[in-house]
Design a binder for this molecule. Structure first.
Ligand code: AKG
Ligand code: FE2
Length: 324
């Protein structure tokens, strides 16, 4: 596998999802493109002019985020999380130019203050996430009742990040290559480049677009479990060769705590034997904190991977970000 620092421009076309709803005109065509990209690369770039309109985008990137990150560290550290340390505020640790804050249960407007950083104002983004997941599952042939079960069991979060000038200005690297641990991450960039994704498993890095109406949707490891390996988790990193300060917003979704995530029956057959046993997320969380889990380069596989004769066919997994 050849992995170079030089990303190529994204030659994978963005799928336009603006105004596309189930059974509406254009749904089938868009679904086929979303599914094809997710299966081939573990990501899809979508275009949606209305999901995060210009006013909200300006309020978020121009005011709310700079003001939020300008607060004293003690104030930012007060961000609460029921998931323990490193789940909400991530400070400027040595060697880390990123500062980031996670808002939990972001789709639940009652829990979130009505500010531009609140996802109560970003309901369209949650809808966009659900559309991409629905299209992918439908496109793979998952039954409607299963799709509803999956979509109905999700919790949504938002991670706001500020990246200072990268320490290594020669490479501009700020977050090393990894897979996300959840179901789906939608990355919103604003003017400054950074997100790079690996396409098709051949080691090429592609720079994700920064245009205001584009969103890069990354499959996480749990989507690989649910789709029985049909959708690979996206290998991605953050690198800003222009060495500018950068902000990003991540819309994250995953099944609620305590859920058991398993492969959909309709995606398991003789040609596609089971890749992962059902995964209890609470137990998996404990495993990841254990010594064995921390040492593993692929904790999900170590925890619930099905050991088969075809083990060697597993793709080489990079490290995980623990805080997602
Ligand atoms: O900030 C970004 O664009 C992506 C960060 C990332 O990959 C992550 O937090 O998992
Ligand atoms: Fe990530």
């Amino acid at each position: 596998m050849v992995a170079t620092l030089e990303p190529q421009l994204m030659e994978i076309p963005a799928v336009d999802l603006h105004g596309i709803e189930p059974r509406s005109q254009g749904w089938e065509e868009a679904k086929a493109s979303v599914t094809a990209s997710m299966v081939a690369h573990g990501f899809v770039v979508v275009r949606h002019g209305g999901a995060l309109g210009p006013d909200l985008r300006r309020a978020l990137f121009g005011h709310a985020m700079p003001e939020l990150f300008a607060l004293p560290v003690e104030a930012k550290q007060r961000t609460v999380s029921r998931w323990g340390p490193f789940k909400s505020y991530l400070g400027n640790a040595p060697g880390l130019v990123r500062e980031s804050l996670r808002v939990e249960d972001a789709a639940d407007a009652a829990r979130v203050v009505n500010s531009p950083t609140s996802c109560g104002r970003c309901r369209n983004m949650v809808e966009l996430q659900r559309t991409v997941l629905r299209m992918t599952l439908e496109g793979l042939g998952v039954r409607e009742d299963h799709i509803q079960l999956i979509l109905g069991s999700h919790t949504h979060a938002v991670r706001l990040s500020r990246y200072g000038v990268p320490e290594d200005t020669a490479t501009g690297m700020s977050v090393r290559a990894h897979h996300d641990g959840g179901m789906l991450t939608v990355v919103v960039q604003h003017e400054v480049e950074g997100l790079e994704v690996q396409a098709g498993g051949d080691g090429r890095w592609l720079a994700a677009p920064t245009e205001p109406d584009t969103f890069t949707c990354l499959a996480g490891k749990l989507l690989t479990v649910v789709t029985n390996g049909r959708v690979p988790a996206c290998f991605h990193r953050v690198r800003t060769p222009s060495n500018r300060e950068r902000y990003s917003v991540l819309f994250l979704c995953r099944p609620r705590d305590g859920a058991v995530v398993s492969a959909m029956d309709e995606l398991v057959d003789a040609e596609h034997p089971l890749v992962y046993n059902p995964c209890n997320l609470d137990d998996y969380g404990e495993f990841r904190k254990s010594e064995e889990g921390r040492k593993s380069s692929d904790p999900l596989r170590a925890f619930c991977g099905v050991e088969t004769a075809a083990q060697g066919e597993y793709r080489e997994y990079g490290h995980y970000l623990f805080y997602q």
